[in-house]
Design a protein around this ligand. Structure first.
Ligand code: KIV
Length: 293
């Protein structure tokens, strides 16, 4: 039996409407903002190694996040709190290498881990420099008002920042578990104030995790210069992010309710990633009716 001839256009075989890497324009910050202004949904997926990052890029994912979720899905930790800056550097460098080798176009975001930006804005700059020199285009950090000064400091020094509000996994112990945030009027008001402060400080993407759909939709329409990327935050955000292992249905823990297993019905991983991209772009994922909040 002969094996199928690989499609010369991509090293990963034929993918429906996604252009070959050489034909796609690199994703930049202005392009992400343009997509948002045009109403095109932004797709983001986590990846932690060279191969999966390149496959995600070939499937048309706009942004690859090397998330500190790697502590749970790669290292077997019970939370992201134990992830170190050196571990993040290693994975960002691996992903960046994989993206370069495959002439990828995705925007690469590196997560600053717990303890790497909490002490001072100078410490945050040193940590961000480690991830940027490993190949990240942008860093992500979690938290509300207290991070605004740090965000401004990094942005002023040429480091694009993605903020992260709602359920912030690095503070899971303080939050009392992986729970929906912003459900009460008081907590929703606080979240809105924090989001505006982060936009004003120069954050150019904002992850909203496990936030009521109505609240994230409202924030999305208010934050004109900072597209929101939802995870368990309904369909009204400017884009979506999922943890790779969750959307491939291989999460060893409890699958969050908002996750869709894109492997169901897909012949392979490339096609599952492509289905995710298509579903986000055409607005069929997520489905607000499946939200309990
Ligand atoms: O670490 C991560 O993967 C994340 C996403 C869940 C947004 O922060």
């Amino acid at each position: 039996m002969t094996s199928p001839t690989p499609d010369p256009a991509t090293p990963y075989g034929t993918l429906p409407p996604t252009a070959a890497p050489a034909l796609r324009k690199p994703i930049s910050l202005p392009r992400l903002l343009e997509m948002h202004a045009r109403g095109e949904k932004i797709t983001m997926l986590t990846a932690y190694d060279a191969t999966f990052a390149a496959v995600a890029d070939a499937a048309g994912v706009d942004c690859i996040l090397v998330g500190d979720s790697l502590g749970m899905v790669c290292q077997g930790l019970s939370s992201t709190v134990g992830v170190t800056l050196e571990t993040m550097r290693y994975h960002v460098e691996s992903v960046a290498r994989g993206l370069r080798r495959s002439q990828a176009t995705a925007w690469l975001i590196g997560d600053l881990p717990f303890g790497a930006y909490h002490e001072s804005k100078e410490q945050a700059l040193r940590s961000a420099a480690v991830l940027m020199q490993a190949g990240a285009h942008m860093v992500k950090l979690e938290g509300g008002g207290w991070t605004a000064e740090t965000v401004r400091f990094l942005v002023e020094r040429g480091i694009p920042v993605c903020a992260h509000l709602g359920l912030t996994p690095q503070t899971v112990h303080a939050l009392g578990g992986y729970r929906v945030q912003g459900k009460t009027a008081e907590s929703a008001t606080l979240l809105k104030l924090q989001a505006h402060a982060l936009q004003d400080a120069g954050a150019t993407l904002l992850v909203l995790e496990m936030v009521p759909a109505a609240l994230s939709a409202e924030l999305t329409s208010e934050l004109l210069h900072c597209p929101t990327i939802g995870i368990g935050a309904g369909s009204g955000t400017a884009g979506q992010v999922l943890v790779l292992h969750d959307m491939l249905g291989v999460n060893l823990g409890k699958m969050p309710k908002f996750v869709r297993n894109f492997m169901l019905g897909a012949p392979g991983i490339r096609e599952a990633m492509h289905a995710y991209v298509s579903a986000v772009k055409d607005g069929t994922f997520p489905d607000n009716s499946q939200h309990a909040w």
